[in-house]
Design a protein. Structure first.
Length: 389
């Protein structure tokens, strides 16, 4: 028996953020906690959300202490802010880190702390209930798609030593926001490097989800359409950040790719999750670098699906067999990386090679590789880090 969870309400369009106050009122809520970060505030985007609240006669309680890789410590502080201000709804305005943090804050408003019992690797999904306050997500980047995903990635510091911090996932259908406001206008200011990194993050989601081992034909169809949209527009937005139509396609494609990874992700993410705490390398950049070697590793177990991916990436495969088309898909990802000026390897991105044995071991603790089309060992993980170095 399969259980499929479709996305929440999605409102898409330039200016969607202006409707934020009315959506809050539709839940009968009066005191929102705005979760964001300094970058979103400095870009002037948070001011648009606050303006929308004030236009609806609502107060604006803000919590901005979210790190690029949010920790359980900042989650605890966010929960304290929510409770001290008697808030009744959580609003996330930001990228994946902000939205993941908002999900975890929301969880602990009704579930006993700490986060430890709720992580996926200790069976947390069985302990998470649906009695949480509403969540509205306003993504400011086109990459993570956290507004519709069931996951929240949090850096666990409970071992209290910096060199052992690692990313862990909270996974539950209750993590999906109640409303996702997709406003391409607020993504226009993304610089090219961030546009590239978040775009490649979304492309990685689509590819890994499509070849993941879970049975979810709905997600497979969405993943392919997401890849069509993302591959057709990522170069446009990189070279012309003011193209609002292309920005909208990237935002929708990102959202769709994230929905599709209900089907699972893969080894790329198990590897990349280690790098944001141990290198540190931005998640989208890590995904972009790791994706080609992981596709090569999976080749014999996913040839037909990689061939289909080649077609949706816009490659003319009419004269190719499946092997040739699958290799063409990998070459296309490498071509994207070159055009988007990604680092040539993990070494260029800042990884200390001496850390690879530890990172390989830690990658095996990450749940994502369980759905990789080819079974991974600790030695495989270390070899993939080396291949991407």
């Amino acid at each position: 028996m399969q259980n499929y969870f479709l996305p929440p309400r999605i409102e898409f369009g330039d200016g969607a953020i202006q409707n934020l106050g009315e959506h809050i009122k539709s839940f009968g809520c009066k005191r929102p906690l705005l979760v964001s970060d300094a970058g979103v505030m400095n870009a002037g985007i948070l001011a648009k959300a606050i303006e929308a609240l004030h236009a609806s006669g609502l107060p604006s309680v803000t919590y901005l202490d979210i790190e690029p890789n949010p920790t359980d410590l900042s989650i605890n502080d966010g929960v304290a802010a929510y409770k001290s201000e008697a808030c009744d709804i959580v609003i996330a305005v930001g990228g994946g880190s902000v939205m993941d943090a908002a999900k975890a804050i929301r969880l602990l408003t009704t579930h006993a702390p700490p986060l430890e019992p709720y992580y996926a690797d200790v069976g947390g999904i069985e302990r998470i209930r649906g009695d949480m306050p509403p969540l509205i997500c306003v993504p400011t980047t086109a990459g993570t798609g956290s507004e519709v995903s069931q996951g929240a990635i949090i850096t666990d510091t409970s071992l209290n030593t910096t060199d052992r911090w690692r990313k862990r996932a909270i996974v539950t259908p209750f993590n999906m926001s109640n409303i996702a406001l997709l406003d391409p206008g607020i993504t226009l200011g993304m610089p090219p490097a961030l546009t590239a990194a978040t775009g490649m993050d979304a492309i990685t989601h689509g590819i890994e989800a499509y070849v993941a081992t879970k049975y979810h034909p709905i997600a497979e169809g969405v993943a392919l359409q997401a890849l069509r949209m993302l591959s057709a527009n990522i170069q446009k937005v990189y070279h012309d950040g003011g193209d609002v139509t292309a920005r909208g396609e990237m935002l929708l494609g990102s959202c769709m790719a994230a929905f599709s990874f209900q089907k699972g992700l893969g080894a790329v993410h198990s590897l990349a999750h280690q790098l944001s705490t141990d290198a540190p390398i931005p998640h989208g950049v890590a995904n972009a670098i790791l994706l080609p070697p992981v596709m090569e590793f999976n080749f014999s177990h996913a040839t037909e699906k990689y061939a289909e991916i080649a077609r949706v990436l816009g490659i003319d495969t009419s004269s190719m067999d499946n092997d040739e088309a699958a290799h063409a898909a990998i070459d296309k990802i490498r071509a994207f990386n070159r055009e988007l000026n990604m680092p040539k390897g993990l070494g260029d991105a800042g990884l200390d090679r001496a850390k690879i044995p530890k990172l390989g071991a830690d990658a095996m603790l990450d749940h994502c590789h369980k759905f990789n089309p080819r079974v991974c060992t600790e030695a495989d993980m270390a070899a993939l880090f080396e291949a991407a170095f």
